[in-house]
Design a protein around this ligand. Structure first.
Ligand code: ADP
Length: 503
């Protein structure tokens, strides 16, 4: 019998992000990294993305017309779209550009419009029309987060009757906090219509707001398989409040739900080959890391000293434990360490708070706060910092700690979600031998808990530098590549490829 893991499949990923061309967070990294892994395994992978005006066009090669004037039915009429095609670091991507006054993707941002559900409902509809009209019939449609939650709904309720009855959907949830809550105008716009049918608790009706539809819930109900991005978070989503009201729906669909830990693309994130850092280094030759630390200090005008550099990279959002990020800055300074922050606020309020802090700390030679999104600087910080704080309130998987480990930057994390599954406390972990431990973990959400972990890390850095280096190297030895996740997704694709589409 042939080995199913060696069979080639045709997989189309439909998502709102793909690194590095459009990236707001981990979703972009995952869409790119998983696609590359699947291709490396011999599958044919294509991506469908919105064509945002604010994309990094310098990362797209050979952009050309793929489909002119694609008519996408919308509110009983249609919106014409042009579809462009190009390669993003080897991945074949189709970009959908609607020609309408709504300017869905010409707004200088990826997310943040009041009409986001409508924007991405349109994108989902256009992606389905593109597949239909260009005769693309993938074995698997893999969609991600609430933005594409309508894809399986439309496939099951409409497109299977137009000739797409063999397509199967895998739906990956990267963040339960954002679910795409909206009104029934979406149904009219997409041609699904029948509000009395969809406003049902078994279908798209929000579990808590009886007047709202929930696009992520639609994705869960209608997909052939659903997963989130770590096994521990799969449990949390079902049984704790971080399922944000979808726990009951997951319980009903538990037989098609699991958690698969994300990987990191070590082609993009690898200190041995990273072209965005001044000095490459590896496990056996860490001298380059010290040079990167120096370069980081020079770039950010931090004073040269013996002090450790502690960093934070991430969205400045309640999810990320911003109160603890804020405290980490001052605690680092108090404990004779330097602090570098790279982040952008997802709300004006949080952004302003950190801008105020930046202004306040401007003259301090031991701290730099960079408010904004900067991929290049992120690489230098991962390479140049000694420690990385990740004090999240909840964290489905978390990539910052995984990238930090690869760069020999010791993670200090709160023990939730994927952080708990990937960082093992040097002093207290019970499940891993001392040589397998790779960072520091704290559990409570208060300042004291964070301080206890930071204090242990800073203490080791100053008092036992050899042991600190050893800990960093143990982190570099961890393998959080896409290998394992790649096999698990292939198994899921195989599983759903041949099942009957019903729910
Ligand atoms: P989330 O998806 O919740 O934002 P993850 O930890 O899964 O968080 O992924 C975050 C990704 O985004 C990482 O690759 C991180 O380096 C990157 N990132 C986050 N904020 C910034 C920023 N301000 N500038 C550059 N990269 C960032």
């Amino acid at each position: 019998m042939s080995n199913p893991l060696l069979l080639s499949r045709y997989i189309v990923q439909i998502a709102s992000e793909c690194a590095p061309v459009i990236k707001a967070g981990g979703l972009g990294d995952v869409v790119y990294g998983l696609s590359r892994e699947l291709e490396n395994r011999g599958n044919c992978v294509e991506l469908i993305l919105p064509m945002y005006d604010c994309m990094r066009y310098d990362h797209i090669w050979g952009l050309h017309d793929a489909y002119k004037d694609l008519g996408v039915p919308w509110y009983g009429g249609e919106i014409k779209c042009d579809v462009f095609c190009g390669w993003v670091h080897g991945r074949l991507c189709f970009f959908i550009q609607p020609k309408s006054q709504d300017q869905f993707f010409n707004r200088g941002y990826v997310y943040g419009g009041n009409d986001d559900p409508m924007r991405f409902a349109f994108f989902s509809k256009a992606a389905m029309e593109f597949l239909l009209k260009s005769n693309k019939r993938p074995d698997i449609i893999h969609c991600h987060d609430w933005q594409t939650g309508l894809i399986p709904v439309m496939l099951y309720e409409m497109y299977q009757y137009y000739g797409m009855e063999r397509q199967r959907v895998c739906y990956t949830i990267h963040n339960f906090r954002h679910q795409g809550s909206c009104g029934n105008e979406i149904l009219e716009a997409t041609g699904l219509n029948r509000p009395e049918y969809y406003f049902h608790y078994d279908r798209l009706r929000d579990n808590f707001n009886p007047f709202a539809l929930n696009l992520m819930k639609g994705g869960i109900v209608y997909s052939n398989y659903v997963n989130t991005v770590s096994p521990h978070h799969a449990w949390e989503a079902r049984f704790t409040d971080v399922g944000y009201g979808l726990g009951h729906t997951l319980e009903i669909h538990r037989n098609k739900f699991s958690g698969i830990l994300n990987g990191v693309d070590y082609k993009l994130w690898n200190p041995e080959s990273d072209e965005l850092i001044p000095s490459q280094y590896d496990l056996n030759n860490m001298a380059g890391k010290a040079k990167n630390k120096k370069a980081l200090r020079e770039k950010l005008l931090l004073q040269d000293s013996e002090k450790p550099v502690i960093a934070y990279i991430g969205r400045l959002d309640e999810q990320k434990g911003v109160h603890l990020v804020h405290h980490a800055i001052y605690y680092a300074l108090q404990r004779n360490a330097q602090f570098v922050l790279l982040g952008s606020g997802t709300s004006t309020e949080v952004n302003n708070r950190f801008l105020h802090e930046k202004y306040f700390l401007n003259e301090n030679p031991d701290v730099h706060l960079e408010i904004g999104f900067n991929e290049e600087l992120a690489h230098l910080i991962y390479a140049g910092a000694d420690m990385m704080v990740v004090p999240s309130n909840f964290e489905p998987c978390g990539l910052t700690q995984l990238i930090s480990l690869k760069y020999g930057t010791v993670p200090i994390v709160r023990g939730v979600g994927g952080l708990l599954s990937t960082v093992f406390d040097r002093d207290y972990d019970q499940d891993h031998a001392p040589e397998k431990r790779n960072g520091y973990v704290f559990y409570q959400q208060d300042n004291k808990a964070l301080e206890s972990a930071m204090e242990r890390a800073i203490g080791l850095y100053y008092e036992y530098p050899k042991e600190f280096k050893q800990l960093a190297q143990q982190g570099m030895e961890c393998d959080y590549s896409w290998k394992s996740a790649g096999s698990q997704y292939i198994n899921i694709y195989e599983h759903i490829k041949n099942i009957k589409y019903e729910f």
